[in-house]
Design a protein around this ligand. Structure first.
Ligand code: 13P
Length: 268
């Protein structure tokens, strides 16, 4: 089964409303001819509504960069999966290495967030990846395995069907998961992983999913590469069978560059 290519813009902590609107004018125009590749924008929380409105009537989907694992309650400053659904989000990034490193997110917390996302009908984009030290010590696969197993503990391939009254028509088919392999040393450094290394990690993750769940489900999960992706290096990644697209930081802040990536994915 062919997996649809997926390209996600992680804007991280960038842009205010006027900048987002300018971006969207250019970007939506440039990707008019892109139909085969799924495009997703992940702006900061403060821009979800603005971006969501601008994307109405297009096939471009909305993602959040994080969520909290409770549906509501006394959790000052947190954002619940229900709130993200309400703003029209389809996806949510979970376990980004910047949050693991700067905010101390653990596999246990990430597991809770991932479950909460799926329960609400959001598709988590789970980020995993090794640091430079771990890579140098030959621990890449061990780290990826621990992160994937930790995040997916107690998670079944298909979420419980949502009750029709709560979520009519919210697709419950498919594994409801995207995994982004993002080596920490390649993020924001301009030094991308070699496409062959990224393919090896993507294959390793897919084989692990086959063990944890089953082979059939593992072939349907989309696995992205992230880390200094730009138009100059993207084609190399797209050639590999287990890499289904990219999670893009820096290059996604330029609507022309991000649209160029979308067109490259479309041509594969
Ligand atoms: P860069 O593309 O800026 O390296 O960021 C990658 C990333 O962290 C996407 O989530």
């Amino acid at each position: 089964m062919a997996r649809q290519k997926l390209l996600v813009a992680n804007w991280k902590m960038h842009f205010v409303r006027a900048q987002a609107s300018e971006y969207l004018k250019v970007f939506t125009e440039r990707v008019r001819g892109v139909h085969k590749t799924e495009l997703v924008l992940a702006p900061p929380f403060t821009l979800l509504e603005t971006v969501g409105r601008a994307l109405e009537g297009t096939a471009i989907r909305l993602a959040a960069q994080d969520l909290f694992y409770e549906r509501e309650g006394a959790f000052t400053g947190e954002i619940s999966p229900i709130m993200l659904k309400d703003l029209g989000c389809s996806y949510v990034i979970v376990g980004h290495s910047e949050r693991r490193r700067l905010l101390g997110e653990t596999d246990e917390l990430i597991n809770k967030k991932l479950k909460a996302a799926r329960d609400a009908g959001l598709v988590p984009i789970l980020c995993v990846g090794e640091t430079l030290e771990e890579r140098r010590a030959g621990k890449t696969q061990r780290v990826l395995e621990a992160q994937v197993r930790g995040a997916l503990a107690g998670v079944h391939p298909h979420p419980q069907p949502l009750s029709p009254s709560r979520e009519r028509g919210a697709g419950v088919r498919g594994p409801h998961l995207v995994i982004a392999y993002e080596p920490v040393w390649a993020i924001g450094t301009g030094i991308n992983a070699e496409p062959e290394e990224a393919e090896a990690s993507a294959l390793f993750i897919r084989e692990l999913l086959a063990q944890l769940w089953n082979a059939e489900t593992a072939t349907t999960v989309r696995i992205l590469y992230g880390g200094s992706v730009k138009p100059a290096n993207f084609e190399g990644f797209l050639r590999h069978p287990n890499i289904d697209g990219a999670l893009v930081g820096g290059a996604s802040l330029d609507p022309e560059a991000f649209a160029q990536l979308a067109q490259m994915a479309e041509r594969v």
